[in-house]
Each structure stands twice: as C-alpha cells, then as structure tokens.
Design a protein around this ligand. Sequence first.
Ligand code: BTN
Length: 221
Amino acid sequence: MSLVIHRLRRVDSTQAEARRLVESGRAEAGHVFVADEQTEGRGRFGRTWLSPVGGLYATFVVPRRPMLPIASGLAVLRALERFGVKAGLKWPNDLIVDGKKLAGILIETAGEVALIGIGVNLVEAPLEMAFSVRATGGGVRRGDLIVAIGEELERGAASEESLRAYREGLLTLGRAVRVTVEGGETIEGTAVDVDAEGRLLVETRAGVRKISSGECVHLRS
Ligand code: BTN
C-alpha cells in the first residue's frame, strides 16, 4: 500500500494533527504525518518529546490491530537496521543504543484507527539520556527511513516469527527491571519473557507478574 504523506514544516504535534484530520474525515489508514519540527511534541506518560529541526517526527495512521506496541517497536528496529543502525528494544518499544534512547513510540487510538507516533533522534540527542543516529556513526535520510518504517509496519502482522524477532531484539529480557504500571504500583524483578499478547513477564519474589503496559526501567546492566 502506498503512503499518503502530509509534510508539515512546524506543527504542535503530529499526533494532534493526525487526530484532527482523522476526526474530520480528511485522513485514514495509510496516511502519515511528518513534521520538521514540533512545538508540543508528546511522549508517553504525558511527557514532552523535544522536537528540534533535524529529527524524525511522524505519525502513521494504521488500522487498529492487536500487538501494535510490539509490531511498531519491531518495525522501527528493522527499518533502522536496513541502514546499518543497530539498536535494541526496551519493553515495550523504546529504541536504545548504549543504554540511551534513540527513538520512542506513542500509540493512541482515534475511532477505528491507531495513531503510531514515532520520534527518532537523527542528528541531535536533545537530552543527556538520549542517543542519536549520527552518534552511532550512521546516517539515514528522513524520507527513506519513513518509507522503510511504513513497509515494516505493513509486514509486521502478529505472528510467531515477529514475536520471535521482537524477543531477539529485546534488551529487557534477563534484566533486573522496575515497571511502574497504571495507578502507580511498581513491580520489581527479573524480566523473563514476553507472551503472545505482548505482556512482559516479570519474576518477582511473589511469583510471575504479567504486565500489559507500564514504564519499564532497566536496573543493572
Ligand atoms: C516516548 O518514548 O515517550 C514516545 C515519544 C513519541 C514521540 C513522537 S514524535 C511524533 C509523534 N508526535 C508526538 O507528539 N509524539 C510522537
């Protein structure tokens, strides 16, 4: 399927713009919103996503389907790999290099579609705890990476193969983790697996917890 690309110079957030157009019937699955710069870029958990010129800020409008957090993390991992950029995943879908964040994904829904918001630090790491593609020694043109992500998102239907590939790229497995779930509960233990629903299995003193969503921190290397 070919993408319909909406190119924006400066926008509050590509998520917000995609939602406005979807809700007014002017965009649908297959559309992607790309901005040079965002003034109110949003991250997970209500955080700000710093969005200076030079990064990749895009929202892909896709049909809603199960396992999107896993499929989208894998899609960005594989798309970067095509250009020689080797990253790893932190559950569910942060892209990590050297323990620092290279890219992040925010998934929201709007009626029948999902909005997959992807931010990749291409040339600049706007925070201490961030990494950039340039710092990996690699380089990729924004437009090429968007096309590659679009292709990988289409390919990544939920399957045993994609779950296996996701697990292979998941740096979280085997690590001591702390996961903060909705409501503020924190769960500490060892991340032992991801199940067929994309849940993180954490072995704690009280047994194995299956976590559907939350913020995961790697505690030790
Ligand atoms: C995260 O790791 O917290 C998710 C970051 C997602 C950032 C992207 S940039 C494009 C899209 N528009 C936004 O406002 N946020 C997402």
